[in-house]
Design a protein around this ligand. Structure first.
Ligand code: KG4
Ligand code: ZN
Length: 339
């Protein structure tokens, strides 16, 4: 029986300041998330400078809160983990410096974690164990990727977006139809009340490609909005949201199914902020209902950015002693396969 491992994890890659304490890579003892979304709303997106300033103000408070809620002290910890990248460099740096200071002060191993590895490992917080081989469908504000996992930590990116990330497309479409930032949840809600009656494109790309493209779809939605305006007609906003969402989900689900079949996987794991999308969650579950493949979908609070997912991924590196040095830096362009 192994001793309990306690990891303090920190996530500051974008607009949430988060700290968590995770036991044995699976049990969340605390997961404090402080969102700055109200400060960015009026700009229609995340302003990097504002994000950094909020992180500076929040980080020590949030770390303290995470320890308090977990009822542990720095001395109880086995490691401190932090998102190294990708993300906004100024935002990443706040978390990295906080983690380094804690590691130095308490003589703890320091573990840099890839943000997307974190999103994928959020699934470890809700199940006994992964069933390999697996495919992760990663859908967030900055990423849209199909990742093949032969085993723990062996990430192979088999497809990615060639232009906009799916969350980015959601947010831009939402902005065009006058919805507040972040627009994903609003479109999701409107889509449930509409019908996909408006014909919109689906970018399948080459028949054997697992890549994605959402900029054509985004432009088609923007053109549709302009056409309605020009004709002075009321925009069927629910139907437009439903049609956009149907197009996105259709492509995501079909490509995931093809990958699952080609790679003979035992499990599909959904990851990233857009995994909170109700339409996508239902479609993915339904489409694998007849297959002998498990579908793992984290609850909403573990889909959007949070530090517990970083702690889950870090436990892998703690076990294999893949530690970072004090030269750890925020790295916006870090590669998932080399994580
Ligand atoms: O993973 P995340 O929290 O941050 C990044 O790492 O990017 O993802 C944020 C993205 C935003 O684009 C937001 O609009 C989208 O996730 N999102 C959604 C939903 N909830 C959040 N998109 C569609 N439907 C949702 N329910
Ligand atoms: Zn994220």
């Amino acid at each position: 029986m192994m001793n309990d491992e306690l990891i303090l994890a920190i996530e500051t890659s974008c607009d949430e300041t988060s700290a968590a304490v995770v036991r044995n890579g699976r049990h969340v003892l605390s997961n404090i998330v402080s969102s700055q979304v109200e400060s960015h709303k009026r700009f229609g997106g995340v302003v990097p400078e504002i994000a950094s300033r909020h992180h500076v103000e929040q980080i020590t408070i949030i770390v303290e809160e995470a320890l308090n809620e977990a009822d542990v002290s720095f001395a109880d910890l086995d490691a401190v983990a932090v998102t190294e990248g990708p993300g906004l460099v100024g935002a990443l740096l706040i978390g990295v410096h906080a983690a380094k200071a804690i590691a130095f002060a308490y003589d703890l191993p320091l573990i840099g974690v890839h943000h997307i590895a974190g999103h994928i490992y959020a699934n470890q917080l809700i199940m006994e164990s992964f069933h390999f081989p697996a495919i992760a469908l990663v859908v967030s504000g900055g990423h849209t990727e199909l990742v093949f996992l032969k085993e723990h930590g062996a990430f192979e990116v088999i497809g990615e977006t060639r232009d906009d990330a799916v969350g980015e497309a959601y947010d831009k479409v939402a902005r065009t139809i006058g919805l507040p930032y972040p627009g994903g949840p609003h479109i999701d809600r409107l889509a449930a009340e509409g019908e996909p009656t408006i014909s919109l494109p689906r970018a399948w790309l080459e028949p054997d490609s697992y890549d994605f493209s959402f900029s054509g779809l985004k432009s088609a939605v923007i053109n549709t909005v302009h056409n309605y305006k020009q004709r002075n007609e009321q925009l069927p906003i629910n139907d437009l949201a439903a049609s956009f969402q149907a197009s996105v989900i259709d492509v995501l689900v079909q490509k995931t199914k093809r990958a699952a079949s080609e790679y003979g996987v035992k499990q599909i794991v959904l990851a990233g902020g857009v995994a909170a999308n109700k339409g996508l969650r239902t479609a993915l579950k339904d489409s694998f209902a007849e297959w002998n493949v498990e579908v793992s979908i984290p609850p909403l609070h573990l889909c959007t950015d949070n530090a517990a997912m970083i702690g889950a991924a870090a436990s892998l590196k703690l076990r294999t002693k893949q530690f970072s040095g004090y030269d750890l830096n925020g790295n916006p362009a870090i590669d998932l396969e080399q994580w």
